[in-house]
Design a protein around this ligand. Structure first.
Ligand code: HEC
Length: 149
């Protein structure tokens, strides 16, 4: 292989690795939506287990809580002042007026998800913990998301 093409391949690999970090730095709205989409996908998996549409799976349960914990840790840094509009954001302007409350809610979500990952053992304990976390999600959305049609 020619040196030039090896160099350009290395450059491509480097670009691929930096995309996630760049997304957060350059576009906090897209980064927020990525994290929240992952939450939504995992919440659906949880609901299916609660409803008995999918068998209870402890590894999946832990993955669900880890996803929520990861989002809760990253979200607080993704609301810079210049990210109030664009990319069909459903973030309410109220977020920027109540940042301390928003951050406290993410902290609670992270704490609850961490505790759940450690304590959940079976379907019964999953239902309780997952139900409580659902209130963290819904409570914040009710206050801080704009409803769009
Ligand atoms: C402290 C506030 C807060 C908490 C807690 C929270 N969210 Fe969100 N969520 C938001 C905000 C703000 C948006 C809008 C992001 C945007 O568009 O900029 C959002 C958007 C979403 C979306 C839509 C993503 C898209 O763009 O398609 C889903 C799905 C979602 N959240 C699921 C969840 C789930 C599941 C939980 C709980 C595990 C959760 N959220 C917890 C604030 C929160």
């Amino acid at each position: 292989m020619k040196l030039a093409s090896m160099v350009s391949m290395a450059a491509l690999v480097a670009i691929a690795f930096s995309v996630t970090a760049a997304l957060a730095a350059e576009n906090p709205i897209l980064a927020r939506q990525e994290l929240m989409k992952a939450n939504g996908k995992h919440a659906k998996m949880g609901v299916a287990m609660v409803k008995g549409e999918a068998p209870f799976d402890l590894a999946k349960a832990k993955e669900i809580f880890a996803t929520f914990e990861n989002a809760a840790a990253k979200m607080p840094d993704l609301f810079p002042a210049d990210s109030k509009t664009g990319h069909d954001t459903t973030a309410s302007p109220k977020i920027w007026e109540n940042m301390a409350d928003v951050k406290a809610r993410f902290k609670k979500l992270g704490d609850d998800a961490k505790a759940a990952a450690a304590s959940v053992k079976d379907l019964a304990s999953f239902k309780t913990a997952f139900g409580a976390i659902g209130k963290d999600c819904g409570g914040c959305h009710k206050e801080y998301r704009i409803k769009k049609n």
